[in-house]
Design a protein around this ligand. Structure first.
Ligand code: NAP
Length: 462
């Protein structure tokens, strides 16, 4: 068995690797390295813990390791890229369940079995862990059901919802504070556990599937903080460090996503966005002009610069390989091809980066919003692939629009715009998009993958 100092050393090493991992994740180029560093860190932390003297049963741990690895392996192998948001939701639910169960077991053991009074600091850490851990379990499970379409994805609202939710949370928080004062009240502890599980469900009910990534980042942050509290409760340094890193990075991520959507976090949590038809404050005039594959292929083949703008439709159509093939066909003809990546295109942060990386699109061809917008006027053709809200000029031009102020990729400033979508379906915001009615916009209807494949063939023959 390792001595205490050696175990602390493995924890220190693991923590350093977690920090390197997070640093790596801040850029797509280094993200894979970051993931590996964090995974190695986690393995070191597990090995350090397994070599502790206080391990009760190795048999149970090995059984857990095998079962967990089988479930994790199967999930990553069989769940498609498009199901990544719900896969993450499920992982959060499992992580939070672990934190919550550790807290409940610790309380049960010390207060109920051994009739000990917990010191205030320990009860505070333990109560925090159970409160936030439990609400994250049910909240994440509900998010999973909504995203997997096992239940209605649109916001489920009723009168007085915010007041009921707030009252419930305040009741749980008051019990938590009372337990710090008198930890022996086991009945109150169980009431707090039930209220926390219930609050998780009620919190997520009014949130629509498309807002779920923000909620998931927030839940991630709660789960992290719950783990940090677990670290305090059981005196484990690596849990404190990893939990805090997780807690704060999740919180920063949710704020960044809200900023990119020009929404406040309270609007996401309590606004039930998408439940009512929105008033745009301005009717859209004009007609949508339909275009054919052959004409678009000619336009593209003779362009100097083409910018692809992928969106949620690219993910649902799984068109990432088809878009690369079209790009290669164009580059073969001497066309400069760039990809414009909006920070909230798709349904989760980095959604487009992940898909395009899977299709081996070179990272140097990806341009962020601030980089590509100044180039739009010099772009011959912008090809919008299953994107809608992220190219809606109303966000820039119509102050009454519900998405007013959201930064967009300004495809309407390029010479020609071709929009690949199946029909007249709206985007996540449910708003009409005036871009589709502009004279320099052509609509190429059809599934994005099928349209791109046909375009690539036509470009090769042009
Ligand atoms: P979007 O506004 O949701 O629009 C997607 C468009 O894709 C739809 O208009 C749909 O039109 C089309 N489409 C769907 N399936 C298709 C297919 N198989 N082939 C071709 N087209 C298809 O998507 P977006 O422009 O990417 O914007 C993302 C939205 O999600 C933003 O409003 C953002 O605020 C929100 N959001 C994003 C995140 C994030 O982290 N990325 C998080 C929360 C919310 P048809 O039905 O006519 O085909």
């Amino acid at each position: 068995m390792l001595g205490k100092h050696w175990i602390e050393l493995t924890y220190l090493l693991a923590s350093i690797l977690f920090i390197f991992g997070l640093r790596g994740l801040s850029h797509p180029k280094t993200a894979r390295m970051g993931m590996n560093a964090a995974a190695i860190g986690m393995a070191i932390a597990i090995i350090g813990t397994l070599l502790k003297h206080e391990i009760v049963s190795y048999e149970l741990i090995i059984a857990g390791l095998i079962l967990g690895s089988l479930i994790g392996g199967a999930m990553s192998y069989w769940m498609p890229m498009t199901a990544m948001p719900q896969r993450t939701a499920l992982s959060h639910a499992f992580g939070a369940l672990a934190a919550s169960i550790v807290g409940i077991a610790e309380y049960y053991e010390e207060v109920i079995v051994h009739h000990q009074t917990l010191p205030a600091y320990k009860m505070a850490a333990l109560g925090f862990e159970v409160l936030f851990g439990s609400l994250t379990v049910t909240g994440s499970l509900l998010a999973f059901f909504k995203l997997q379409e096992m239940m209605r994805g649109t916001p489920i609202t009723y009168k007085g919802q915010n007041v009921i939710n707030m009252s419930l949370f305040i009741a749980a928080a008051v019990i938590f504070l009372y337990l710090i004062y008198d930890p022996t009240q086991a009945n109150l502890f169980w009431v707090m556990v039930v209220l926390s599980f219930l609050f998780g469900v009620l919190l997520v009910l009014p949130i629509g599937s498309a807002d779920m990534p923000v909620v998931m980042a927030l839940m991630n942050s709660y789960a992290g903080l719950a783990s940090a509290a677990t670290g305090f409760a059981i005196g484990n340094n690596v849990l404190i460090i990893a939990g805090t890193l997780d807690g704060f990075s999740g919180f920063i991520l949710s704020i960044l996503m809200c900023k990119a959507m020009n929404r406040s976090i309270t609007n996401v949590l309590f606004g039930a966005f998408g439940s009512v038809s929105q008033d745009t404050g301005q009717a859209v005039e004009g007609v949508m002009r339909e275009v054919q594959v052959e004409d678009v292929a000619m336009q593209l083949a003779y362009a100097r610069q083409v910018v692809f703008v992928p969106g949620y439709g690219l993910a649902t159509a799984q068109a990432q390989h088809a878009v690369r093939e079209l790009a290669e066909a164009l580059e073969h003809k001497g066309v400069q091809v760039k990809y414009a990546i909006h920070p909230v295109a798709g349904r989760m942060p980095g959604h487009m980066n992940v898909l395009l990386a899977e299709a081996n699109v070179p990272y140097s061809a990806l341009y962020e919003l601030e980089q590509i917008n100044p180039e739009m006027q010099a772009t011959d053709v912008s090809v919008v692939i299953g994107a809608n809200d992220v190219v809606n000029p109303d966000a820039r031009d119509n102050p009454k629009s519900p998405i007013a102020g959201m930064p967009i990729i300004e495809v309407d400033r390029s010479h020609q715009v071709i929009v690949l979508k199946r029909g007249k379906g709206r985007g996540f915001s449910g708003l009409e998009n005036p871009l589709f009615f502009k004279p320099n916009t052509g609509m190429l209807y059809g599934d994005a993958k099928a349209s791109l494949t046909k375009l690539a063939q036509a470009v090769q023959q042009a």
